[in-house]
Ligand binder design. Structure first.
Ligand SMILES: Cc1cc2nc3c(=O)[nH]c(=O)nc-3n(C[C@H](O)[C@H](O)[C@H](O)COP(=O)(O)O)c2cc1C
Length: 174
């Protein structure tokens, strides 16, 4: 799919088949995260791939928001030490960087025929300990991955006229 199509058709997939995802595809998803832009190119992130069934079961137990049985997951982590080394403006922007990397991976997964879902609901300290993250590294988002059982329906978005403005806030774009 092309980029615009991928953006419009990507969904949160929460039902997966049991078929494991080949390592090569997971590598491409990780590469898409690595390729993301970041303020001052600070790249204050780290991505932990979890795909062994035992590890996945344990991770699921720590993540109430992880629905279904993904066959892989990526913990998207912020490296605070690396962020502090950057200029102040970059420090404030590192959270955005993480989100951009997550969307890159989500879109890459979709492009590769995989389903994915961002998971914000998980026990941060427990996941950090479970993944043996260093003290300065914190898990921000999990991305569950697998082959989708079906394509979910789009939950819809707020209308264009409510969200997009022209020249100044309140003047509808169309
Ligand atoms: C930062 C973030 C955290 C999310 N956390 C969860 C979660 O914990 N569990 C879940 O099932 N979905 C989660 N989602 C998925 C959203 O519910 C979903 O993106 C939204 O409803 C729009 O649906 P769509 O992704 O299919 O367009 C999260 C999405 C984002 C961006």
């Amino acid at each position: 799919v092309n980029t615009l199509e991928a953006i419009q058709t990507r969904r949160s997939v929460r039902a997966f088949t049991a078929e494991p995802v080949p390592e090569d595809l997971l590598r491409q998803v990780l590469q898409a995260g690595r390729a993301a832009p970041s303020g001052s190119n600070v790249q204050a992130w780290g991505f932990v791939l979890v795909r062994s069934p035992g590890q996945l079961d344990s991770l699921r137990a720590l993540a109430p928001g992880m629905i279904g049985r993904p066959t892989a997951a990526i913990a998207i982590c912020l490296d605070r030490q690396r962020a502090q080394g950057a200029r102040l403006i970059a420090e404030r922007l590192v959270w955005l960087d993480i989100g951009i990397a997550a969307e890159n991976m989500w879109l890459a997964a979709h492009d590769l025929g995989l389903g994915a879902c961002a998971i914000g609901s998980f026990h941060r300290q427990a996941v950090a300990a479970f993944l043996r993250l260093p003290e300065d590294v914190e898990p921000v988002l999990l991305l569950s991955l697998g082959y989708p059982q079906s394509q979910p329906r789009a939950p819809g978005r707020r209308p264009m006229a409510e969200v997009c403005f022209r020249e100044e806030w309140g003047v509808p774009y169309e």
